[in-house]
Every structure is written in structure tokens, then in C-alpha cells.
Design a protein around this ligand. Structure first.
Ligand SMILES: [Zn+2]
Length: 233
């Protein structure tokens, strides 16, 4: 599974969720790309009135986080933060990214999760992007007759072999991030506009990694739902 494409709604979503695994895979020499659907322009209430001032800051922070993790490429789709819907236009844009990058594995969030525990309502952008991403993986990316306009861009169908869903209600695979938890924390702290000095980053991410590690029998892990679309290909 050499090529991995991580699709997220916001610039820091991957750093909160999958960055320990991403850093581990990068160290193994895998080719990882991030696709960020929104600009992150709604990430704080502190910038210019329409928050356009925040957008270049978030792009810079994303590039620095990706560099720390060993991610080679970031695709910015530039959707408006906070109001994403799982439209056909978004599905087409994600299908385009998949056909261009031709990943073996696509990683996205769980579109079925409305809340986590008793303290977090899942952001609608997370659900919308995850829903469109899964629909882009199957059937859109691999089916010639869906979005024929992409054929005109010389983007041939591509079959993704595996999907890894983060924040899944029912995970079935755990990645050991014992060696990369520190890198994950550094990458999240690169999003200064979101985390400030970020003293809380390390205990938060460590706590989540310990919780998931318990299920896996290791000290620190990230959990995924793995769906294999092709066996042995
Ligand atoms: Zn987010």
C-alpha cells in the first residue's frame, strides 16, 4: 500500500486524528498526500471580518504540519469553511483528486458519527466531506460513466484498494504510534492560529492514544475502520 491519500474537511483535522499513523507510514517510505477541502477560514473569530486574513495563515500552518509529518503534497480545494454539504460537485472534485493521485488507500472520517461521547457534536463539515469522500472512492473514481467530464481531463478511472476510516464508531484496526506520537503533537502545534501556545495538545493527544492503545495492547495507537475493496490486487 504505497500511495495514501488523506481527505479532510479542515487544515488541522488530520493532525488531531491520524497524524501519528501518517508519520509512521511516511517513515516507512510511503507516498502520502493530504487533500484539504475547506480553507479553514472559520477556524477562529479573531481575524478580519470575513476571515479571509486567516486563510493564508492556515495554508502556511498546514504546509508546516505536513512537512513535519513527511507528507509530500497538499491539495487545497478551497471550499468555504463551516458550510460544506456532500454535493455532487464536491464528490466530483474528490473523484478528480483520487484519479489524479491514484492512491492505494484513501483515509477519511466517519460520516455516520453525529456526536462523540457526551461532549462533542461532530462538525457538519466532517460528516459532509467524509460522505462525499466515500462516494468518490466508490463508485465514482472507478466507474468510467460517472463524471464523464473527467475523462475529458484525461483522468481515467482508478480503483482504490482500501479505505481507512478514522473516528469510526466500530474500529477494526489499530496503528501503533508509539514512535510518532511526539511528531503528531508537534504537527498539531504547528496550527498556532488554532491551538495558541498549545500546552493542552500533548496531554489531549496522549490521552486519546492511550485509550486506543489499550484496545490494541500497545501504549499508544490510532484506531480505524478498515474496508478492503480489492483482495490481493
Ligand atoms: Zn475539523
Amino acid at each position: 500500500m504505497r500511495r495514501i491519500l488523506c481527505i479532510a474537511a479542515h487544515p488541522d483535522d488530520s493532525e488531531f486524528t491520524i497524524a501519528g499513523s501518517v508519520a509512521a507510514w511516511a517513515r516507512e517510505g510511503r507516498d502520502i498526500a493530504f487533500c484539504l477541502v475547506t480553507t479553514g477560514g472559520a477556524g477562529t473569530n479573531e481575524h478580519t471580518p470575513d476571515n479571509t486574513g486567516l486563510i493564508p495563515i492556515r495554508e502556511r500552518e498546514s504546509r508546516e504540519a505536513a512537512r513535519l509529518l513527511g507528507v509530500k503534497e497538499i491539495v487545497f480545494l478551497g471550499y468555504t469553511d463551516g458550510v460544506v454539504e456532500p454535493t455532487l460537485a464536491l464528490r466530483r472534485d474528490l473523484t478528480r483528486v483520487i484519479r489524479r493521485h491514484r492512491p492505494d488507500v484513501v483515509i477519511c472520517a466517519d460520516p455516520t458519527m453525529r456526536w462523540y461521547g457526551n461532549e462533542y457534536l461532530n462538525h457538519p463539515d466532517h460528516r459532509a466531506v467524509a460522505s462525499a469522500a466515500l462516494d468518490a472512492v466508490f463508485p465514482s473514481a472507478e466507474t468510467r460513466a460517472i463524471f464523464p467530464e473527467l475523462l475529458a481531463e484525461a483522468l481515467e478511472p482508478h480503483k482504490v484498494k482500501e479505505v481507512l476510516i478514522s473516528g469510526a464508531g466500530e474500529p477494526n484496526i489499530w496503528i501503533d504510534i508509539g514512535e510518532t506520537l511526539d511528531t503528531k503533537c508537534r504537527a498539531l502545534r504547528a496550527h498556532v492560529s488554532q491551538v495558541g501556545k498549545g500546552e493542552w495538545v500533548e496531554p489531549l493527544l496522549r490521552g486519546w492514544a492511550e485509550r486506543d492503545g489499550k484496545r490494541a495492547g500497545v501504549r499508544h495507537a490510532e484506531a480505524f475502520r478498515r474496508i478492503v475493496l480489492v483482495n490481493g490486487a
